[in-house]
Design a protein around this ligand. Structure first.
Ligand code: G3H
Length: 542
């Protein structure tokens, strides 16, 4: 089938959707979780429109409403915050005082209950954000693994804290205690995984939480609401829905949020942080914009570089904060690289999230195809070519990837984070042009270097290591494995996340110390022996 026909018939008619993935009558998320109650929402709702269109009788793609979510207001958002504040009880609430072992028990129970909702959550990921079935399964399973790894890591951390230090005439015990009330917000591209990589560490360390899901990928919290309600004590986790300005703005203005975990844009994060009246009380962990470059050196293995760049730039249609957003290729190999890249992009399977081997799917953000089209148009007007077949063609919410070459600094796509299927290739002659770009960039999350000469690669690593949080050699940029630090410099992040780092981010090391003399040692020994304290204890979690 030629591409024009393929694009015309890109979206299926309902009968073409495999039975097991067919949307039901829609899901209305009409409850929110506050103080352990799933309260009915009686106010306004927002329609959830799927990026996956269906062809109607006219054969034109028609959007499909797959559900509704509450548009909560200030008053109801604040009631969720009050519940979290009360459950924290200035650090003396039931949850922050609970032993680590007991908190782990609650999270374990949640994990078991969550696993039972796999099918529903995976299907909603597909319909809500257009993620392929295999990537949706991966997101769910990776999140479950993350929770299990977090539990194991906390046990190890707690074991290390269960001893006394003897230093400089002082006896001390050091433990990690919660920060307070956390506000957790995740992004639409990994609405489950990225959200839970802050939410779960926040909870397990004894913080209480208000959680507001991203703008898209909201319905998929529906199947998990009951698990949250049943597995955590009242007020420990409170879940609200709605527009950010109506909900999280008032929470920040209240000054009662102690910890802000946010994955999104640096502008959004800055606006929210500025609303908090006590800037030093607010601790933040932020995963923000990135414009990760790939650098292809003259001696790179081009086949390997192309394969990694295709995955790096186009997994989930380029909608990853870690995606390779700008490829710098040495002039001696750039034509050959682009030729291979275009062929590799042409081979990617496009279609619906349930299609076998599908890699390219429709985009969830309204207006996104127009935005990407404008980036392509601007680059073409500036002298770049679209090098792959049908690059930039649009059908409804689907945008076919465009490989643009040669791109230069005058073009919008050079500066703007496209966060979508546009692959700009810049031809460079001197590596100093690339180094200069990386140094001048406002972002510093990751980069990839493709090359085989040990001396050249080593020099570039050393020059660029102070610019980003991770350098990938002959490998695409990525967050995983989740045990590695995930962070960034400049406007790309605040704080570091990984399974072990997140436990540290959501806690504060707190010390109880005494001068080392017989009376004080006797006091400590008696407290430990008689188990008077949850802090001063040497109990081991096995
Ligand atoms: O959007 C950012 C995600 O953390 C990407 O995770 O790079 O492991 O796919 P990943």
């Amino acid at each position: 089938m030629d591409m024009a026909t393929r694009m015309r018939d890109f979206f299926p008619v309902i009968g073409d959707v495999p039975e097991k993935f067919r949307p039901g009558k829609g899901l209305t998320l009409d409850r929110y979780l506050v103080s352990g109650h799933l309260k009915p929402w009686q106010g306004e709702f927002a329609d959830v429109v799927s990026p996956v269109c269906l062809r109607g009788e006219s054969r034109e793609p028609e959007t499909l409403v797959i559900g509704r979510t509450p548009l909560m207001d200030r008053k109801h958002a604040l009631s969720a915050l009050d519940a979290a504040v009360e459950a924290y009880g200035q650090g003396n609430g039931y949850w922050p005082r609970l032993s680590v072992e007991e908190r782990i028990g609650h999270v374990d129970a949640f994990l078991a209950a969550m696993r039972e909702q796999r099918r529903e959550v995976v299907e909603l990921l597909m319909w809500e954000i257009g993620k392929s079935y295999s990537d949706s399964c991966k997101e769910f399973d990776r999140t479950c693994d993350y929770i299990a790894d977090t539990i194991a890591e906390l046990k190890a951390l707690d074991r290390r804290s269960n001893r006394f230090e003897l230093v400089g005439g002082v006896v001390a015990q050091i433990r990690r205690l919660p920060v307070g009330v956390a506000l957790c917000m995740g992004p639409f591209n990994y609405p489950l995984n990225e959200t839970f990589t802050t939410l779960i560490p926040a909870l397990i360390m004894g913080n209480t939480v208000v959680f507001k899901p991203a703008k898209y990928g909201v319905l998929l919290m529906g199947p998990l609401l009951k698990a949250f309600q049943e597995c955590f004590p009242p007020g420990v986790i409170n879940i609200i829905f709605g527009r950010g300005r109506d909900t999280v703005g008032p929470l920040m203005e209240s000054g009662k949020v102690d910890m802000f975990a946010f994955i999104g844009t640096h502008r959004g994060a800055a606006a929210l942080k500025q609303m908090h009246p006590k800037p030093h009380r607010l601790k933040a962990v932020l995963g923000l914009d990135a414009n990760n470059p790939g650098i292809v050196m003259p001696d790179a293995d081009l086949d390997e570089a192309v394969s990694e760049c295709v995955t790096g730039a186009l997994s989930f249609n380029g909608q990853r904060c870690t995606a390779l957003k700008l490829l710098f290729v040495h002039a001696s190999v750039s034509d050959a690289f682009v030729e291979k890249l275009a062929v590799a992009v042409d081979e990617l399977v496009s279609g619906m999230p349930w299609d076998p081997d599908v890699k390219l799917t429709p985009l969830p953000e309204p207006g996104k195809t127009e935005y990407l089209g404008a980036l392509v148009e601007d680059a073409v007007a500036g002298g770049a070519r679209i090098c792959n077949r049908n690059g930039g063609e649009v059908c409804g919410t689907y945008f076919h990837p465009a490989v643009l070459y040669p791109v230069n600094a005058t073009m919008r796509v050079f500066r703007e984070e496209q966060f979508g299927p546009v692959v700009p290739v810049v031809r460079y002659s001197s590596i100093n042009e690339v180094i200069d770009h990386v140094q001048q960039s406002d972002f510093g999350q990751q980069l990839s270097i493709f090359g085989t000469d040990p001396e050249q690669v080593a020099q570039l690593v050393d020059v660029l290591a102070n610019q980003v949080g991770r350098i990938n050699l002959n490998t695409q940029c990525q967050r995983g494995p989740d045990t590695l630090p995930f962070n960034g410099r400049k406007d790309s992040a605040e704080g570091t996340l990984s399974v072990s780092d997140a436990l540290r981010v959501f806690s504060i090391r707190t010390t109880v110390a005494t001068r080392e003399n017989d009376r004080n040692k006797g006091l400590i020994n008696e407290i430990v022996k008689s188990r008077h304290s949850g802090f001063l204890t040497t109990d081991y979690i096995l």
